[in-house]
Design a protein around this ligand. Structure first.
Ligand code: ZN
Length: 182
């Protein structure tokens, strides 16, 4: 099973984590209302080394979580594949929960993750269910079904070497996938 790496502020919202497939980068909390400290680079490197060279990094974008920028940056430098999590924390936690589920795994795992990342909040015609307090709605399908769907739905991105599902966004750079040629 492929090991995944995520930082603590979203990983701690994931139910059922801790089965060995997810390495969490520890992060300090500033206080109840003040959010989280930025990630410390040495903790990120420790987690990436512990996860091994085949691990995939899951991280929210710079706009959603500037304090976590060290994770995708160091992940790329150290040769890991990096997939962008949805901006909304509860959607990001949902995606991690799906990603670590044994039923989701299979061939082309990074493509599956990229397709999943780009349709979490919008895009695609999948049935939805509401999660969290922020009005997010994620696909209402079991991880095994989502995994098969994502493997079939992946399309190459026109802007970067990544991709995503038709009607969603690229799981690497965030560009829209599909539609008319620009
Ligand atoms: Zn892209």
């Amino acid at each position: 099973m492929t090991t995944l790496v995520a930082e603590e502020s979203v990983a701690r919202m994931v139910a059922g984590a801790g089965e060995g497939a997810l390495v969490v980068v520890p992060r300090l909390r500033r206080g109840r209302a003040k959010g989280w400290e930025g990630l410390e680079a040495d903790r990120v490197v420790d987690a990436l080394v512990a996860a091994g060279p085949r691990a995939v990094v899951l991280a929210r974008g710079l706009d959603a979580d500037p304090g976590a920028a060290a994770l995708p940056a160091l992940g790329r430098v150290m040769g890991h594949r990096v997939v962008r999590l949805p901006r909304d924390p509860s959607e990001a936690a949902w995606m991690i929960a799906v990603a670590i589920h044994p039923g989701f795994a299979g061939d082309y795992l990074v493509r599956r993750l990229e397709a999943l990342a780009g349709i979490a909040s919008a895009g695609g015609a999948l049935p939805r269910r509401a999660i969290g307090a922020g009005g997010a709605a994620v696909p209402a399908l079991r991880p095994a079904v989502l995994g098969k769907w994502a493997a079939c739905a992946w399309r190459a991105c026109r802007r970067c070497p990544g991709g995503g599902a038709e009607g969603g966004r690229c799981g690497r750079c965030g560009a829209p996938i599909g539609g008319e040629e620009p």
